[in-house]
Design a protein around this ligand. Structure first.
Ligand SMILES: [Cu+2]
Length: 116
């Protein structure tokens, strides 16, 4: 015969599992590597509400700065100090979001947010 503790434990497991099975967890962020002074890929396409994560593979500081050089938009801005540093931004509205590195203005990328 099952005791109360066992029944309660099963309910807790169900409470954790059901949202997971229903897809309640957000999608993993789209990944952009920053390596040898390049954003790779330099163009990512996500759906509204999704996130992009940049990860620095260089031993120097880069930034992910919204806008274009000399016209930073500041809608998102991350400073990635060295190897392994990450920055994540969530994009809720459809549109085209150019960005660049404020330390090395030749480094450019774009996030395209479009509903499927
Ligand atoms: Cu840079």
């Amino acid at each position: 015969m099952r005791d109360l503790t066992e029944t309660l434990r099963d309910w807790r497991v169900a409470a954790v599992m059901i949202p997971a099975l229903m897809g309640a967890h957000p999608a993993a962020p789209a990944a952009v590597a920053i390596k040898t002074f390049q954003f790779g890929p330099d163009t990512v396409v996500v759906q509204p509400g999704e996130r992009v994560e940049w990860r620095n593979a260089d031993a120097i500081e880069h930034t992910v700065t919204a806008g274009v050089p000399d016209r930073a938009a500041h809608a998102f801005e991350g400073t990635l100090a060295g190897v392994g540093a990450t920055f994540t931004a969530r994009f809720d509205r459809s549109g085209t979001y150019p960005y660049f590195c404020a330390r090395h203005a030749f480094m450019k990328g774009v996030v395209i947010v479009a509903a499927k």
